[in-house]
Design a protein. Structure first.
Length: 425
């Protein structure tokens, strides 16, 4: 904007945009350096031509961050937005940001969206369909006589339940402070380059996803990172040792026999992990992948030793394909190496998400709570396909029911299929 005593506040003509700031500004004193510049702020009024002055108070960054999502829909447009593109893309399906965005940024963005709707730049009133605020990465603080020191400079030992810290270089005792948000001022930051150099990028990603729900803070610990790295090594070892056997196998699910347990575990995991990722429950997805690897460990060892039959190998190959696909978004480097090891064609990142078979995700057993005269006394685990008569016989054979009846015949046995059994004594 340009301030003119005759015309008032006048916008800079579009042909003169962008207004470029001067390079020879001085920041040696407090205040706005543009106000002190000898020539930049002096300009002629674009309407009357008289001497005028530029506005020197630049806009805060929140102005740009309040509508960038609309600009991104057509970044090369000559106008602020291209309404057809903006209206096709917006609103944003999912906004993910820090907790500091939950109030002001959201408030500003909603205001700008409504203002731009009123001016014809947009046709949406709400910029985001969903907002998710993630936690922060936090770490212990360490402080010595000269001030804060970084975790890389400190060695922490524990003896008799007491943790002590000292400088690695000098052995000087260091105080262990509270766990706080990583910041340069407290020096409680961990250099990603150091973690990647020691453990690899996949380990860092896996630990951050597995440690806690994404909406909570992640407490960065060396022990946690080492645990994540052990899992990476375990997956690589299990798949690598069985790779030759898996290469020759054609993936196919097993629906009966011992191999069926492999397929059921893999298909259930695909169903659950997909749902967890949709809900941003990454730590739950990680926990399920740990369970799947545990379930595959023994069969993979048998395959590596040449003791697995063709049906087991086919089920294992499909299960490992599923595992690699699910690991790919979280540990892409490991996934690509594993896929190459078993002879997979193309990149893991280019494969479709696995499709689970609903028949392999259904449990064959159901657990009935057993009530006696309206009070729960036990449980009955029985085949899901069992008819009512079979359920009644099984319930009356439970020790807790036999003791309660004291040899008498029950007045009634009420079976609510797949739900509950009530014995009326």
């Amino acid at each position: 904007m340009i301030h003119c005593e005759t015309c008032g506040v006048v916008p800079v003509p579009k042909k003169d945009l962008p207004v470029k700031l001067p390079d020879d500004v001085e920041f040696d004193r407090p205040g706005n350096p543009l106000d002190r510049h000898p020539s930049w702020r002096h300009v002629n009024c674009p309407q009357c031509g008289k001497a005028a002055r530029r506005e020197t108070d630049t806009m805060d960054t929140f102005v740009d961050s309040s509508w960038y999502f609309a600009r991104f829909t057509a970044p090369w447009a000559g106008d602020p937005t291209e309404p057809s593109a903006a209206n096709a893309w917006l609103p944003v399906d999912q906004y993910i940001g820090g907790i500091e965005h939950a109030i002001l940024h959201l408030l500003y963005s909603r205001f700008f969206a409504r203002a731009m709707s009123a001016t014809g730049h947009l046709s949406v009133d709400e910029p985001f369909k969903g907002l998710f605020t993630q936690g922060m990465v936090v770490h212990e603080t360490y402080k010595g006589p000269a001030g804060y020191v970084t975790p890389a400079e400190v060695r922490v030992d524990e003896a008799d339940g007491v943790r002590r810290a000292e400088m690695i270089a000098t052995g000087e005792a260091i105080d262990i402070g509270p766990i706080e948000k990583m910041s340069k001022s407290k020096k409680n930051v961990v250099d990603p380059d150091d973690i990647i150099a020691s453990y690899g990028a996949d380990t860092a990603r896996w630990f951050m996803l597995s440690d806690s729900p994404p909406e909570r803070d992640v407490i960065w610990t060396e022990a946690g990172v080492e645990g994540a790295h052990r899992f990476v090594q375990r997956v690589w070892r299990l798949i690598g040792e069985a790779a030759q056997a898996l290469k020759a196998a054609k993936p196919a699910p097993a629906r009966a026999g011992e191999a069926a347990a492999i397929s059921k575990a893999a298909h259930k995991c695909v169903q659950a992990v997909g749902a967890d990722i949709d809900k941003l429950n990454f730590n739950k997805a990680v926990a399920r992948l740990y369970e799947l690897v545990n379930a595959l460990a023994a069969p993979l060892a048998q395959a590596a030793a040449g003791k697995a039959d063709a049906e087991t190998l086919a089920a294992l190959r499909q299960a490992v394909d599923f595992l690699i696909a699910m690991l790919s978004p979280m540990m892409p480097h490991l996934a690509e190496e594993c896929r190459a090891a078993i002879g997979g064609e193309g990149l893991a990142a280019e494969q479709d998400w696995p499709v689970f078979d609903p028949a392999l995700t259904a449990d064959n057993e159901v657990v009935y709570p057993v009530q006696i005269n309206g009070k729960k006394r036990g449980e009955l685990t029985i085949s899901r396909d069992a008819d009512q008569a079979s359920v009644e016989r099984a319930v009356l054979g439970l020790d807790v029911v036999i003791q309660a009846l004291e040899g008498k015949t029950p007045k009634k046995v009420i079976v609510v299929p797949q739900r509950i059994v009530n014995v009326v004594a």
